[in-house]
Design a protein around this ligand. Structure first.
Ligand code: NAD
Length: 252
């Protein structure tokens, strides 16, 4: 509790799944949390959960692919809590795009706008706020598809691979100013996104554990704990790392 007391964390895509678990984990650790999502009902529900558990949080409706909304998101965090110490850029989408030659131009652009450009826009406006407080940490959510290809998800895989370059570059640029920038690459995690995807492609999640050496799917909190740890002083010498949190899924 001591480390995060008085500190402020911002989590995007925090109205559901991994982002929800991350917002709740930062709050349990003692941080005040800015819960950011497009989905108002989802985000407000997460804030209620955090408050019911004795934590401190508030909701900001924002679209990470809209620069004005992102600017406003950081400004609202600063006006409400006075500082920013950690940011988990996690909002992402993964629509079925078909094979590479079949992906519609607008779907490609939409995936890039949210997953890659959206993460960059968040970092662009978070970094000055972190610097103003003497530094801090950023963690971006990648995927096993930051490391491996993903048939019929080429825009998703390209966006998630792109985050590797963005994370490593910003890590170098801001290391001397006390900002660490890292990435978690979740494996198959039981979230609404995964369930929706599985239903779309008629994938039986009961057999999905066979793809994972640990032999089970992940809980969202297992991603959240890694994200909070990367932002904590326990990880004070770790920057630019692309951390697989996937039960060994990318080992073979
Ligand atoms: P989810 O769909 O359950 O949650 C994502 C949240 O992001 C939703 O609440 C959604 O409203 C929000 N969001 C989407 N677009 C947004 C935008 N433009 N601005 C603000 N918020 C927006 O998904 P999840 O499974 O929790 O995924 C979270 C992240 O983890 C994503 O980046 C995803 O690619 C990544 N990931 C998930 C898995 C998995 O198995 N679930 C695996 C690897 C990576």
């Amino acid at each position: 509790g001591v480390e995060w007391t008085g500190k402020v964390a911002l989590v995007t895509g925090a109205g559901s799944g991994i982002g929800q678990a991350s917002a709740e984990a930062f709050a349990r650790a003692g941080a005040k949390v800015a819960v950011v999502d497009l989905d108002v009902a989802g985000g407000e529900r997460v804030v209620e959960n955090i408050k019911a558990a004795g934590g401190e949080a508030f909701f900001i409706a924002s679209n990470v692919s809209d620069e004005n909304a992102v600017k406003e998101m950081v400004a609202e965090t600063l006006s409400r809590y006075g500082r920013l110490d950690a940011a988990h850029n996690n909002a992402g989408i993964s629509p079925d795009t078909g094979l590479t030659a079949d992906c519609p131009f607008d779907v490609w652009n939409q995936v890039m706008a949210v997953n890659l450009t959206g993460t960059w826009l968040c970092m662009k406006h978070q970094i000055p706020a972190l610097l103003a407080g003497g530094g801090g940490a950023i963690v971006n959510t990648g995927s096993v598809n930051s490391i491996k290809g993903a048939p019929k998800l080429s825009a998703y895989a390209a966006s998630k691979h792109g985050l590797v370059g963005l994370t490593r570059t910003a890590a170098i640029e801001y290391a001397a100013q006390n900002i660490r920038v890292n990435m978690i690459c979740p494996g198959i995690t039981l979230t609404p996104m995964l369930e929706k995807k599985a239903a779309e492609v008629d994938w039986d999640l009961k057999t999905a554990h066979q793809m994972v050496p640990i032999d089970r799917l992940a809980a969202p909190n297992e991603m959240a704990e890694a994200a909070v740890w990367l932002c904590s002083t326990s990880a004070s010498y770790i920057t630019g790392v692309v951390l697989s949190v996937d039960g060994g899924m990318t080992l073979n």
